[in-house]
Design a protein. Sequence first.
Length: 107
Amino acid sequence: MSGFSLSDLEAIVAERAKADPSQSWTAKLVAAGQDKAAKKLGEEAVETVIAALRDDRQNLTAEAADLLYHLMVVLKIAGVPLQDVLQELQRRTVQSGLQEKASRQPS
């Protein structure tokens, strides 16, 4: 198994965001702003869902990679560190999702 992590991807996105937009897709997305990056994230999410529904393991793997990459770009533009997302995930694992939902007040 690779030692590559989402933290590694976050660092790569941060570095490439500083490049000339004519030389880097990441820099081009960052320069275009959150609207463009978020739309691209949405496109990748839909493509990931389609691959999952088609039970296409190879394409699902590729689309999931695209989805994670574009999520990291959106987080970068928003100034949200990956660590904040990981902390939120950790907070949510204290109880099961079913318990958490049951504890909510009806709206």
